[in-house]
Design a protein around this ligand. Structure first.
Ligand code: ATP
Ligand code: MG
Ligand code: MG
Ligand code: MG
Length: 459
């Protein structure tokens, strides 16, 4: 089954169960100025769960574009290292707003997976929250899940969009890719391997967490589920990595051509193929590279992609060349992407040209520093210099260090950053022209806080 067919099968299945198909929303959440990006299918429905946004339906289904590159759900550092994480992905979801609850949510998911998609039951593993005896009973007594493949876990089974907002205990469904893939079942020490892949999360929305951290009961218990399209596509297409599915083939080939590096299994090419999706969709949704807030997250992703191309030996701008391949692959499902094709290409090219001027020098400095490193920790001063002089976002330097088995002194970097701020503040009191360094202050956004006000703090 192709990705597009799985997406359609999902929406049709839930439409038949009385759900209204709701079109995908922007990556820039329209209803929540404090959230960085739409990071789950439920985000556009947040106020519906809270009872503040009445809709003409109580059941909905969608295929929502998501970005997880900052905040509570930040997968930027996972890309290139796991088979299952992207910065951009599509989340298939079904939602109940005070209508059905656990029993139907579990049954719908099980029927879709085992009947519509025809997945073998013995390949599916299930977890629920430690406190959730009701969900345990449904899985065991009504669905008949084998207790061997069932477990109760803690943090992983409590879902929240951000530090505040709707949340609740969850039930996760995993697919076993087989003994030829390394990894252990959920809850085991090897669960981070790629053998048991979480495909679907059913969230039993019961609470609204407020700014003090208190869990307030929602007006009506609701359902929010999310299934990663790329992960299910991998299962349906019999491959063990998301990067081997149909959707990624042409992107990887385009990346191979643009960088002149032919081996499409190279992690750097996967990073590039991943990053073109988040960057292009963010630009299509109106985000532009900048030194603060959402724009800075976009800039970080672009620069990370450029650095990986550089690592593969690309000397000319290459990243913008992938826009056409992406358009060919996803433009039918996302007309807004197609419409913005020219603009995305232009924005990326400009960003590439700008960063190319400092990337080489910065990499030279970094390589030299790594070569003469005594221990295993890169000093904060060096990280700061790369950031301040060469425009290396913190996580770009961290990415290079990780490849070389080196950690970096984050605290030292923060101190250097703070010292620079102090100097700028002091200087501005005397009217000196320090505008260049003041402008950079927004770049403190690197830590990837969820809340936009933290991202954009400029003092
Ligand atoms: P994981 O534990 O694998 O990081 P998660 O528990 O963080 O996943 P959820 O927040 O439950 O993920 O999101 C719902 C579903 O969306 C997941 O079950 C998965 O199929 C998919 N998904 C989550 N994060 C990603 C990602 N970074 N790339 C691709 N698919 C994802
Ligand atoms: Mg995750
Ligand atoms: Mg999980
Ligand atoms: Mg989950």
């Amino acid at each position: 089954m192709k990705s597009a067919e799985i997406r359609q099968a999902f929406l049709t299945f839930f439409e038949k169960q009385g759900h209204t198909i709701v079109p995908t929303s922007s990556l820039v959440p329209g209803n929540d100025p404090t959230l960085l990006f739409t990071n789950a299918g439920m985000v556009p429905f947040k106020d519906v769960f809270l009872g503040r946004d009445p809709r003409p339906y109580v059941r909905a289904t969608s295929a929502q574009r998501c970005v997880r590159a900052g905040g509570k759900h930040n997968d930027l550092d996972n890309v290139g290292y796991t088979a299952r994480h992207h910065t951009f992905f599509e989340m298939l979801g079904n939602f109940s707003f005070g209508d059905y609850f656990k029993q139907d949510a579990i049954r719908f998911a099980w029927v879709f997976l085992t009947e519509t998609l025809g997945l073998p039951k013995e390949k599916l593993w299930v977890t629920v929250h430690v406190s959730d005896d009701e969900a345990e009973r449904i899985w065991k007594d009504e669905i008949g899940i084998d207790p061997e493949r069932f477990s109760k876990l803690d943090e992983d089974n409590f879902w929240q969009m951000g530090d505040t907002g709707p949340c609740g205990p969850s039930s996760e469904i995993f697919f076993d890719h087989g003994p030829e893939v390394w990894g252990g079942p959920p809850g085991s020490p090897e669960e981070d391997g790629d053998r048991y892949i979480e495909i679907w999360n059913l969230v039993f929305m019961q609470f609204d967490r407020d700014a003090q951290g208190t869990l307030n009961p929602l007006p009506k218990p609701s359902i929010d589920t999310g299934m990663g399209l790329e992960r299910v596509a991998a299962v349906m297409q019999g491959v063990h990595s998301n990067y081997e599915i149909d959707l990624f083939q042409s992107l990887l080939q385009a990346a191979a051509k643009a960088t002149g590096h032919p081996d499409t299994a190279t992690p750097s090419l996967r990073v590039i193929a991943d990053h073109i999706r988040s960057c292009a969709f963010l630009i299509a949704d109106g985000v532009l590279p900048s030194n603060e807030g959402r724009g800075y997250v976009l800039r970080r992703i672009i620069r990370r992609a450029i650095r990986h191309g550089h690592k593969l030996g690309a000397v000319e701008p290459f990243f913008h060349k992938l826009v056409d391949a992406l358009d060919a692959e996803m433009g039918d499902a996302y007309p807004e992407l197609r419409e913005a094709n020219d603009q995305i290409t232009r924005v990326l090219l400009k960003e590439e040209e700008q960063f190319a001027r400092t990337l080489d020098h910065g990499m030279g400095l970094l390589n030299a520093a790594l070569a003469e490193l005594d221990g295993k920790v890169l000093p904060g001063e060096t990280v700061f210099k790369l950031y301040d002089t060469y425009g290396f976002p913190f996580d770009l330097t961290a990415d290079v260090c990780r490849e070389r088995g080196v950690t970096l002194d984050e605290e030292g970097f923060q101190q250097a950053l703070e010292a620079q701020r102090e100097r700028a503040r002091a200087a501005s009191q005397f009217g000196a022209d320090y505008s260049a360094s003041i402008e950079l202050e927004g770049e403190t956004a690197f830590t990837g806080y969820d809340r936009l006000e933290d991202q954009a703090k400029v003092t």
